[in-house]
Write a protein that binds this ligand. Structure first.
Ligand SMILES: CCCCC/C=C\C/C=C\C/C=C\C/C=C\CCCC(=O)SCCNC(=O)CCNC(=O)[C@H](O)C(C)(C)COP(=O)(O)OP(=O)(O)OC[C@H]1O[C@@H](n2cnc3c(N)ncnc32)[C@H](O)[C@@H]1OP(=O)(O)O
Length: 171
């Protein structure tokens, strides 16, 4: 199903998942879709491998973690959370050097905790990894130490940003 992108989310600079200056990271981009899903696009590299040919499960988990954690910002742009639990199911190997699509949705939102679920989808539409996770809402100043010279939180629009994304049916 093709879904319109309503908004691109901000990126950080050094984050492993979304840091635009982190050349060992995934440089993931996050897009808010018209149906309330958050979609993430990324390419993993050979230096993210576990066994040769497959991406480390921790890297896939990190992608899912941040995608689910950011899905809360669709309805609460000012909410920040830390992961308190994540459960991941690895159903198929994830290759590197191919475009990965990760989607996340919020399933429960309470005053201090929120939960969500997500899946990592391969280019042929197969779901390779699923996750469910829970986060505790905290003030950003209680989560992070900033070095204002290198840590920023900004929108990085790109000419290649898509206007819509095709979400394959679950398989
Ligand atoms: C310049 C600006 C730059 C800004 C940003 C830059 C970069 C950002 C990049 C991306 C960000 C965007 C979105 C990211 C979203 C997700 C991405 C990944 C996030 C992470 O990668 S983040 C790292 C991993 N994560 C942690 O680092 C957490 C470590 N941990 C702790 O820091 C403590 O653990 C804490 C504070 C969580 C709690 O500690 P505490 O002492 O305050 O709480 P305590 O244990 O007393 O529990 C209080 C009440 O919560 C209940 N409770 C606790 N745990 C629970 C659970 N699991 N399930 C259900 N209930 C739970 C208790 O049952 C009790 O409930 P009650 O009060 O009712 O009894």
């Amino acid at each position: 199903m093709k879904l319109k992108i309503l908004k691109k989310q901000n990126n950080a600079r050094r984050c492993f998942v979304c840091g635009v200056d982190n050349n060992e990271g995934l440089k993931t981009e996050f897009y808010e879709l018209e149906d309330g899903t958050l979609a993430a696009t990324a390419v993993a590299h050979p230096f993210h491998q576990s066994y040769p040919g497959r991406v480390h499960g921790g890297v896939s988990t990190a992608l899912l973690d941040e995608t689910i954690g950011r899905a809360i910002n669709i309805t609460e742009p000012e909410t920040w959370g830390v992961t308190v639990e994540i459960t991941t199911r690895f159903k198929k190997p994830v290759p590197y050097d191919v475009p990965l699509l990760v989607i996340g949705r919020i399933t429960e939102n309470r005053s201090r905790l929120f939960s969500g679920e997500g899946r990592l989808i391969l280019p042929d539409g197969t779901t390779a990894v699923t996750a469910s996770a829970r986060y505790m809402k905290l003030k950003l100043t209680d989560i992070a130490e900033f070095d204002g010279t290198v840590d920023t939180w900004e929108l990085f629009p790109r000419e290649g940003d898509p206007a819509a994304l095709d979400l394959p049916d679950e398989k």
